[in-house]
Design a protein around this ligand. Structure first.
Ligand SMILES: *Cc1c(COP(=O)(O)O)cnc(C)c1O
Length: 447
C-alpha cells in the first residue's frame, strides 16, 4: 500500500463528508498564503531532519519506531474531524472504536470481563491503576521491584501512598522472598509486577506472585506497558506461565504506542472488575447530554483524549489484529532478531552478553573492568551514531556494580556501576539486519 495515496484518500473522504452539511464561508482570519505556507513547511521539514532514523534497522537503541501506515491513515482520517473521546457527544464513532479496540486488548490478555479505556500514555494508565488500588486500600502502600518503571515511585508520591522498591534477582526480576518479607509486615495493599521491564525486558513471575495475593490479601497490578503484546507468543517461544497468569491480575497496563504500531498518545488500562468504575464517579456540567450510555470520560482520570488515537488503533487492528498470526508475527521477528544477536555476541571475542534476552532487548558490553566497560559503552555509542558512512544508533543502560559482578564475577569492580549497551529490536526488519548490526558494533568495539 502506498501511504501518500491513502493520505490523499483520507482528505478526500473528509471533504466528501463535510460537503453533506452544505457550504459556508471560511473566515479570513484563518487564511494563509500558499507561498508562505510552502516556506514554513520547508522550514519544518528542515528542522525535523535533526532526528535519529527510528525507522531504519540501523537504529537499534530505545523503544522508538514510526507508526504503521494503517495507524497513520487511521489517525489522520479521524483527526480531520478531531473527535474527543471524553464523551459520546465528543465523538460517537471513535468512542465505539475505542470500546472495540479495548475489548480486543482485554481478550488478548484473557480477561472475561473488563472495564478499560485508552489513555495518553503508559504513565497515565499506571496512575489510573494505582489510583483505583489506593481507593481500595487507602491505608496501605504499593510494592514494585527496583527494576520497575521509575514512574511508579513518582505516582505513589502523587497519590500520597507509600511506595516500596523491592530488590530484584540476578535476572532483574522482583525477588519474591524479599517481597513476601515485606508483605508479612502488613503494610502493602498492592503489588506491581512488570511483564517486560523497560531496561532489560525481564518478565516478572506473575504466576508465582498470584499465590501471595491470596495469602496477604493484596491487589496485583501488571505493568505490561512495554511487554504486553508479547503475550501473543506465550507458549510459542516464550514460557506460558507468567503470560497466562495475567488473566488473573486485578489490572493491566499496555502501551499500544510501544509494540502496538501506534503513534505516541496511546496507552491503555484494563481492570478485571468493572465495578471499580464507581471510583471515577463525578458530575460534569459540560458534557454527557446525548445518552444514558456510559461515556468514556466517566471511567477515565483524563478529560479530553484524542478520538483519532482510538481510530488509529481500531483501524490497525482491522488489518493486524492482536493475534498470533497478526501482530504476533511482528513481535516474533523482533524476538528472533534478539536471540540471533545474542548468539553472535556469545561467539564474539570482543563483546559479551550482559544477560540473555527474554523479549527483544539485547544487553551487552565490551571490557573487563567496570570503569573500562563504562568508557567503552560511551565511546561505542558516540562513535556509532556520528559515523558518516555506516552509522549505528544504540542506547546505554546504567547498571549497579553489585548486580553486574553477580552476573559476571570475572569483571573487576573498580567503580560502583557501569553503563552497558542496550538495543531494543522492535522492528521486524532487524531480523535480516542483525548480522550487519553485529559486525558494525564489533568493529567499533575493536577500535
Ligand atoms: C514505557 C513504560 C512505562 C511508561 O509509559 P509511557 O507511555 O512512556 O508513559 C511504564 N512502564 C513500563 C514497563 C514501560 O516500559
Amino acid at each position: 500500500m502506498e501511504l501518500s495515496k491513502w493520505l490523499a484518500a483520507a482528505a478526500a473522504a473528509n471533504a466528501d463528508w463535510a460537503k453533506t452539511f452544505g457550504p459556508f464561508e471560511p473566515h479570513a482570519s484563518l487564511s494563509v498564503d500558499d507561498g508562505r505556507f510552502a516556506e514554513a513547511f520547508a522550514a519544518l521539514t528542515e528542522r525535523l531532519k535533526d532526528n535519529y532514523p527510528f525507522f531504519h534497522p540501523r537504529y537499534a537503541g530505545q523503544m522508538l519506531k514510526p507508526p504503521h501506515p494503517a495507524a497513520v491513515v487511521g489517525y489522520l482520517t479521524a483527526m480531520l474531524i478531531n473527535p474527543n473521546n471524553h464523551a459520546l457527544d465528543g465523538g460517537p464513532a471513535t468512542a465505539a472504536m475505542e470500546r472495540e479496540a479495548v475489548q480486543q486488548l482485554a481478550t488478548m490478555f484473557g480477561y472475561d470481563t473488563h472495564l478499560g479505556h485508552l489513555t495518553t500514555s503508559g504513565t497515565i494508565a499506571n496512575l489510573e491503576a494505582l489510583f483505583v488500588a489506593r481507593e481500595l486500600h487507602p491505608e496501605s502502600g504499593i510494592a514494585y521491584s527496583t527494576e520497575a518503571h521509575y514512574t511508579h515511585g513518582r505516582m505513589c508520591r502523587v497519590l500520597g501512598v507509600e511506595g516500596h522498591a523491592v530488590p530484584a534477582d540476578d535476572l532483574g526480576r522482583i525477588d519474591l522472598d524479599a517481597l513476601e518479607d515485606l508483605l508479612r509486615k502488613g503494610r502493602i495493599g498492592t503489588v506491581v509486577l512488570t511483564a517486560g521491564t523497560t531496561g532489560l525486558g525481564a518478565v516478572e513471575p506473575v504466576h508465582e506472585a498470584l499465590a501471595l495475593r491470596e495469602r496477604y490479601g493484596v491487589r496485583i497490578h501488571v505493568d505490561a506497558a512495554y511487554g504486553g503484546f508479547f503475550t501473543l507468543l506465550a507458549g510459542d517461544g516464550l514460557p506460558a506461565e507468567p503470560w497466562r497468569a495475567i488473566a488473573q491480575a486485578d489490572s493491566i497496563v499496555v502501551d499500544p504506542h510501544k509494540h502496538g504500531l501506534q503513534p505516541y498518545g496511546c496507552g491503555a488500562v484494563l481492570f478485571r472488575d468493572p465495578a471499580v468504575g464507581r471510583f471515577y464517579l463525578h458530575d460534569s456540567p459540560y458534557t454527557y447530554f446525548t445518552s444514558d450510555e456510559l461515556h468514556l470520560g466517566e471511567i477515565s482520570l483524563e478529560c479530553s483524549r484524542a478520538g483519532a488515537a482510538a481510530a488509529a488503533l481500531w483501524f490497525t487492528f482491522q488489518l493486524l489484529p492482536p493475534t498470533r498470526d497478526g501482530l504476533g508475527e511482528v513481535l516474533a521477528a523482533g524476538r528472533r532478531a534478539a536471540l540471533r544477536w545474542a548468539e553472535l555476541i556469545e561467539e564474539s571475542d570482543r563483546l559479551r552478553l550482559y544477560q540473555p534476552p527474554e523479549l527483544d532487548i539485547v544487553s551487552y558490553f565490551a571490557g573487563d573492568t567496570l570503569s573500562g566497560i563504562d568508557a567503552a559503552s560511551d565511546r561505542i555509542l558516540h562513535e556509532g551514531m556520528t559515523d558518516r558512512d555506516d552509522p549505528v544508533f544504540l542506547s546505554t543502560l546504567r547498571v549497579d556494580g553489585g548486580r553486574f559482578t553477580r552476573r559476571h564475577p570475572q569483571v573487576t569492580a573498580d567503580a560502583d556501576g557501569a553503563r552497558i549497551l542496550r538495543s531494543v529490536l522492535m522492528k521486524p526488519e532487524s531480523e535480516t539486519y542483525v548480522e550487519h548490526l553485529h559486525r558494525r558494533v564489533e568493529q567499533l568495539a575493536r577500535r
